[in-house]
Ligand binder design. Sequence first.
Ligand code: HAM
Length: 419
Amino acid sequence: MIQIPRGTQDVLPKDTYKWQYIENQLNEIAKNFNYAEIRTPIFEATDLFVRGVGGSTDIVNKEMYTFKDKGDRSLTLRPEGTASVARSYIENKMQHDVNQPVKVFYNGPMFRYERSQKGRFRQFVQFGVEAIGVEDPLIDVEVLSMLMYIYQSFGLKHLKLHINSIGDHNSRAQYNEALVKHFEPRIDEFCSDCQSRIHTNPMRILDCKKDRDHELIQNAPIMYDYLNDESKAYFETVKENLTALGIDYEVDYNLVRGLDYYTHTAFEMMSSADGFGAITTLCGGGRYNGLLELLDGPEETGIGFALSIERLLLALEAEGIELPEPEGLDLYICTLDSQAAVTANRLLYNLRTNGVSADMDYKHRKLKAQMKDANRKGAKYTIVLGENELETKQAELKNMETGETKSVHFEEIASHLEE
Ligand code: HAM
């Protein structure tokens, strides 16, 4: 039997309402914050991610679904959305758009070849936003406040927002040098990933899951001490304005993020709910000041975040929050014989095309079983069609909640339901 690929999942019809509810709410919030949707391809030139996300990252080194197409081009299923948005911004010269900054959101599948476990999939759906074209602490605050509001709007309470500043390229270079000095003499005490990170991206040692309790991580140099005055001032303004909005956050000097393009503000939202599981990060993001230039684009800067719907659903489950189930059918037509079924079928077409959600039985069940089916489908009204009804073209419309019935002509069912 052919099985679903590891790390992927079917969202079954009984559960899709949750996804639709979440997506509608995210669209609504994006609209209120004035972010417009962008849709980019699911695959891109491999080089986009190698250059954009960074050659030293786990994503590029270990996790990309890369393939050659029939024209011998190297393509990759997108592992994240920011590089694609940056590519599209550059290609469509969005720096000249009248609406500035360019504020976009996306919602779609991403692919990473990761070890699958609870909350970690090989195909997952990211909702993300990007604001490109301004460097102002207030836009950082806008993005962070949107992120916080998204989670709060679903009723989540056990949230922890971690923020850090990883400064500009100069501060980062100096900081990396200090980290190499700090770790190099005892790097053989660290995992093999950290042993290679010391050469490629020393900051990533700080958020190593395996070595997080090592004393050298606990007493490592702190990024903040290497920030220049401008970066410090930028970070202070972001923090001040978050506080002014009443947004709780924690400064986490070890937060470095797993993608190379970040500068200045970087952040992650964690769930602190019991039972959320080992992976507690709900969302991540930050500012990327050099990314567009790195991709041969204009000198514009951006900031954004992405969250996966899968982890949002896990957080809702961990906090016992249930999303509203969809409304049931307006009408269910029970039929007593095959002639009645033919009439029901015609009536249904007429009703459905007039805005009534309605269904009938196709499995030739007894009346009692049909009624059960109507209840299962949450039908608000039912009618039963038999010989008499076909003759008079009248049926008893039954309100399933009150039990009240009313005799209605076939032609008037839709208008009665509307009332
Ligand atoms: P990221 O931290 O790699 O950042 O991913 C963002 C979020 O995507 C994670 O916090 C998590 O919710 C979700 N996610 C990542 N990998 C998986 C997985 N294997 N299974 C389920 N969910 C996952 C980015 O992707 C950046 N592009 C975010 C960003 C936007 N930065 C600036 N703008």
